[in-house]
Structures are given as C-alpha cells and as structure tokens.
Design a protein around this ligand. Structure first.
Ligand code: ZN
Length: 428
C-alpha cells in the first residue's frame, strides 16, 4: 500500500515538473561550449521528460510528431548557466544587526523569491552554499515539486564552522548563549555534524576554513578549521557521497583545505603560488567571487554591513582579482560562483565582464559557468552543455557572447527541462 502511494506521488510530481510533450527549439546560432564553435541554424530536440534527444543543423532535424520548433532564429543559444556559489535565502538588506530580525520561515520566503529571479536571469542550476534552518532544502524541494519557479538546486544546509568563526554568529553577547547550528569543534564533532546535515537533506557540505568579510570579530586571512578537522569532514562527506566546498580567503587555510581533499575553494582570495600548484595537483576547483567587491564597497554601508566588513573588503578585493588572473593564467580549474545574496539576486551574470576584465576570454568565463561548474557540481552529463541526454536547459541572447560577454546580462529566453520560463523573443 505504501509503495502504491509512493508511485502515485512520483507520477504526480513528474507530471508537474516536466513538459507535457516533446518539442524543439530552432536557434539562429548555437554556442558549443566545449569547442567554442559558434554553429549556425541549429535545432535542439527534447523528449517528454525534458531531456535532449538531438542537436544539429535545422535542415536535417527530425521534429517530434505534431511539434513545431520554438523560433529563436534571431538569437544565439547557450546551455543554461550555472552559479556554484549562491545564497538564495538571503538578500543584501539582511546584513549586520538587521539580520537578527529575520526569522527562518521568512528566509524561506525570500528564497522562493530569489529562486525565480535567478532562473529568469538565465541560471538554470545553482549550488547554494549556506542557509539557516534548512531553508535551502525547502526551496529546492518546492522547486522540484513544481510548486515554485526556480533553478535546479544543490544545497548544503547550514555551513560547518568553529565557535566564533565566520560560520558562527558573533553579533550577540554571551548572555544570549547563541551559536549557529553548523558550529562543530574537533574532528569527531565535525564528523557528526556532516552526518546531521546529510540527514536533513544536504547535497554537499559547506565549511568555513578561514575567517570572512561579512562576519564580526574575525579576519579573512586567519585559519579557522584545522587540517585535522577538515580531513575528518572530507573523509566523512566523501564516504556519504557528498562533496565539500570550503570558504577560504586565507593563504594557509586554502592549502590546508586542498591537502585535506576538499572539492572547491570558495573565494580563494589570498591564494599563493604553492596553493595554485596544490589546486592543480589535486584537481581542486577554485571559485573567485570577483564581481561583488564593487557592490560591497559602493552599497555595503547602506545595506547595513558592519564598518569592519567594508574595511576588510577594501584590503582583500583587489588582491582577490589579481590572484584570480594569476590562478587562471597558471592553469588552475575555475568554476563560476558569485556569492549572490551579498549583492542582489538576478545580477549573477555581471561577473562575466569582471572575469574578462581580469584575464579571461569570454569563452573561458562561459566554460566556468557551464562545463566546469557542471563537473564541480557532479552532473557533467546532465547540465552545462546542449548535448544528447542532458536536460533541455537552454538560454538565448541577442548578439554574440563571444565578442561581448555582457549580452549574458540580458538573457531573452530561458527554458528549463524543456519548459519555457521566459521568452522575450516571441512575436508580439
Ligand atoms: Zn558565500
């Protein structure tokens, strides 16, 4: 009987999140993100489950019976974009002491709002690295159930960190006895915390290896989790089939995290040559959130960020950009992550121009947000490219993103799993 209901529920969910019928999209141009080739007049065909069944010249495309292709012949198609570092359940207005007045249920509502904005900006998948009260799990599940609009989500739940560290909350004095739910000190407590967040729905583990910018009373460059603690976390997470993302600005923490076997370094601000060499040797992805510096310096004070946070950003922002360029030119693997939530959601694509300004070609930046991000997330055969068997997650822009990457800031068409989310190109 229980099994019968499970089947019923599955059929119901399946029918809500996938398109009712197979279909096709005709693209004036299509960017093959692996080769960098811009292919003329291509048609992408997908099945009723929202998976791509063929990609090729429109002249030889076989459309499903009764289907007409959506006409994007004046536009350039790309795979849906991926941001590997978001905080959908937070907004820039919730900084410093203002953050204490925001309840966990309210954060979940904020997450639903931002999921929609992010998807409509062309980001069909995000990795959400840190949220209170498992609000990210709730948003992910609401999206998967077809109840709210949003990208595919991989979520971490509460981030793990040391007492008084970047992933704790140091705003209140001791009589409030407050600590964040992800705080765990010592290898065995940290292992137990990995088990706990996995129990409540985490797809990956987020940890704070070093201090941070937007936290009170710590320094971005100083280590927090020890090598021993990180080794325990990584061993436990990998055993349970979860990857680990480590927030690490500091030079030593970046190296300790990589040596402990983490899968991605977030921020990477003060990485040195040895850290870059270690990342290459271990195949570790580096994520540099190099757009939001401008936002923090221009808008941070108005957004309630602590004065010490603005000072920390002033010291670290430019170094992070220089180290991004150096790491990229040295051949380290880079995935596109923005820390959306520090700046307004939906502006994620503004980071592409920064990446180009600091040494990448537009194709490199696009690959960071497609094939590289898909690989880091663990779905290289499902997202990040328009290929057979991948989800029909497709966006379209006017103009050529290889000559002007800023066209990605105004995406005109978004499809997720074969379902059209927005189409500003349709004949009016
Ligand atoms: Zn973050």
């Amino acid at each position: 009987m229980r099994h019968f209901f499970a089947v019923l529920v599955c059929v119901f969910l399946f029918s809500r999140v996938t398109p009712a019928a197979p279909g096709a999209v005709r693209c004036g141009k299509l960017l093959d993100v692996r080769s960098g080739q811009m292919l003329p007049d291509q048609t992408v065909v997908f099945d009723a489950a929202g998976a791509i069944t063929s990609v090729g010249p429109s002249a030889s495309a076989k459309l499903p019976a009764g289907a007409t292709a959506i006409d994007l012949s004046n536009a350039t198609c790309l795979p849906g974009l991926i941001d590997v570092h978001t905080h959908l359940t937070g907004d820039p207005t919730g900084n410093g002491y203002a953050s204490l007045g925001i309840s966990i249920p309210r954060e979940a509502v904020t997450g639903a709002k931002n999921a929609r904005l992010t998807l409509r900006a062309g980001f069909t998948t995000v990795r959400n690295v840190g949220a209170s009260g498992y609000t990210d799990v709730a948003v992910r599940d609401g999206i998967d159930a077809g109840e709210i609009e949003g990208p595919r989500m991989r979520v971490s739940g509460p981030p793990l960190g040391i007492t008084g560290g970047h992933c704790d909350n140091n705003l209140l004095p001791s009589e409030f006895h407050y600590k964040e739910e992800g705080v765990a000190d010592g290898p065995w407590a940290a292992r137990a915390k990995v088990r706990e967040v996995v129990k409540y729905g985490a797809d990956l583990i987020k940890i704070c290896a070093s201090g941070g910018v937007l936290s009170k009373g710590d320094l971005p460059g100083t280590p927090q989790y020890t090598f021993e603690e990180m080794q325990a976390i990584v061993e436990e997470a990998h055993k349970l089939g979860r990857k680990v993302a480590a927030h690490a600005h500091g030079t030593q923490s970046i190296k300790d995290a990589i040596r402990a076997g983490i899968d991605s370094v977030e921020h990477s601000s003060l990485i040195d040559d040895e850290g870059i060499a270690l990342a290459k040797q271990h195949g570790t992805y580096l994520v540099f959130d190099i757009y939001n510096d401008d936002y923090i310096l221009q808008e941070g004070a108005k957004a309630g960020m602590l004065p010490e946070s603005i000072e920390k950003e002033k010291k670290i922002g430019r170094q992070q950009r220089e180290n991004f360029r150096h790491a990229f030119q040295s051949g380290a693997k880079i995935a596109f992550g923005t820390d959306a939530g520090v700046y307004p959601h939906g502006d994620n694509a503004k980071q592409f121009a920064k990446m180009v300004e600091w040494g990448m070609k537009p194709l490199d930046a696009i690959q960071a947000a497609t094939i590289n991000a898909a690989d880091l997330i663990g779905w290289p055969d499902k997202i990040g490219a328009l290929e057979n068997g991948h989800y029909a997650d497709l966006i379209a822009v006017s103009g050529d993103p290889l000559s002007d990457v800023r066209v990605l800031e105004s995406v005109k068409f978004v499809m997720k799993g074969g379902a059209v989310v927005r189409n500003d190109l349709a004949a009016k």
